[in-house]
Write a protein that binds this ligand. Structure first.
Ligand SMILES: O=C(CO)[C@H](O)[C@H](O)COP(=O)(O)O
Length: 232
């Protein structure tokens, strides 16, 4: 594993000042903007769509990592690609044809990701490895920010890392392994040690006061603790 990426989730940002919020996290060292889309159908919450993605796009140069918690999925893919998304991930339970949806994302010029809920088995990924750019393991049940990290995710991460490394050894292809939910300064090291290379952090980052460099401080601590795990 080489680079660690931190992707603050704007689910916990101040929506009244979203442009400023994403500019601040990029300046604080964020590698991606994590963009949570919820539909009050696949998950019991309702958030933001392509219009908001398009609105924040000019405010940052880093990639926008769209996490679709919607069902059905396919109709939104062209809209998010047009709105400036760089990565689009979805849940296999929400698509009737997972392989086709992954291809659709790639056909629209974005990297394609598959999201595994805490109780969703990983075996499915083996059948679509050639179309995966990203595997996202949920470490909480999707729908809300600010939940507690589910510890069994660590074993699942080690399993996913083995599968991804086997693909890398065979084909040379890099698939990112992202974790989402309850990632904090004090647990990021064990999450990285278990195999994650891309960390979503919502309340940990946006919960810090931004007026005295709080986002920058948390981003620095997250990166430092992640690096310690990589170097040990
Ligand atoms: O997808 C999500 C919830 O479904 C959020 O991205 C996730 O929970 C991040 O928030 P936090 O870091 O506060 O747990």
């Amino acid at each position: 594993m080489s680079a660690i990426r931190i992707a603050p989730s704007i689910l916990s940002a101040d929506f009244a000042r979203l442009g400023e919020e994403v500019r601040t996290i990029e300046a604080a060292g964020a590698d991606l903007v994590h963009f949570d889309v919820m539909d009050n159908h696949y998950v019991p919450n309702l958030t933001i769509g392509p219009l908001v993605c398009e609105a924040i796009r000019p405010h940052v140069t880093i990639g926008i990592d769209v996490h679709l918690m919607v069902e059905p999925v396919d109709a939104l893919i062209p809209l998010f690609a047009k709105a400036g998304a760089n990565l689009i991930s979805f849940h296999p339970e929400a698509s009737r044809h997972v392989d086709r949806t992954l291809q659709l994302i790639r056909d629209h010029g974005c990297k394609a990701g598959l999201v595994f809920n805490p109780a969703t088995p990983l075996a499915l990924m083996d059948h679509v490895m050639d179309k995966l750019d990203l595997v996202l393991l949920m470490s909480v049940n999707p729908g809300f920010g600010g939940q507690k990290f589910i510890p069994s995710t660590l074993d699942k991460l080690r399993d996913a890392r083995r599968r991804i490394d086997a693909v890398k050894a065979e084909t040379g292809r890099d698939i990112w392994l992202e974790v989402d939910g309850g990632v904090k300064v004090d647990n990021i090291a064990e999450i990285v040690a278990a195999g994650a290379d891309t960390l979503v952090a919502g309340s940990a980052v946006f919960g810090a006061p931004d007026n005295d460099g709080g986002y920058r401080t948390v981003m620095k601590q997250l990166k430092q603790n992640a690096a310690k795990a990589l170097n040990s």
